[in-house]
Write a protein that binds this ligand. Sequence first.
Ligand SMILES: [Mg+2]
Length: 228
Amino acid sequence: MSRQHLIFDADDTLWRSGHKFGAASAEFCELLSRPGLSVERVQEVLDQVAKLTYDTHGTTTRNYLRGAEITYRLLAEEVTPDGIARVEALSAHLSWAEPELIDGVFQTLRQLRDRHDLLLLTRGDDEEQQAKIDASGLISHFRATIVVPDKDARVYTDVVYRYGLDPELTWMIGNSTRYDIAPALEAGLRAVHIPEENPWGPEQGRFPEPEDGMLLRLSTFPDLLHHF
Ligand SMILES: [Mg+2]
């Protein structure tokens, strides 16, 4: 295979991220649920509020906590300083000091970088994502690491132009159909979907069935070595 441009998503593609929010959310739902207000209902409201908060203010840990506090104020029988403090304490689940790499990521990237041009493209807060990239120990594998507030087809087209990529030879590799796969295909790129175990609803998006050869579906990260 000729040299390809491989653009990698980061959260839940290179390192685990969603499970930390899952743990924080589980504790939050436990805190608020009571007879007549199920854990599932609290989770539903939290997801809706978090999505609105992200759409307005960006996808960051701080905005997740902000969404949790808004949800607490909406659903709690009584808003108390102790309750607020317990919501703020959810941040203990959300430390990024030591990103937990997904199995095989380091070794796979080390092999791929000899054969291909690797870039990292992640959405979120610049400072927060940059800190995760630095802590991951993966930065030397990539020609460029790019943080964007959102990922849509225009962003992919812009990356192709800025980094001098040939769209015919460019693949987006990620866990999210909404942010990685659908917009990359829309921008005329190819894509590799590696789904995570417990996908978060808002990360999922629809896209028209792509033409043959445009989309690869893999089950693990090291499977990339069979294709690239
Ligand atoms: Mg992701």
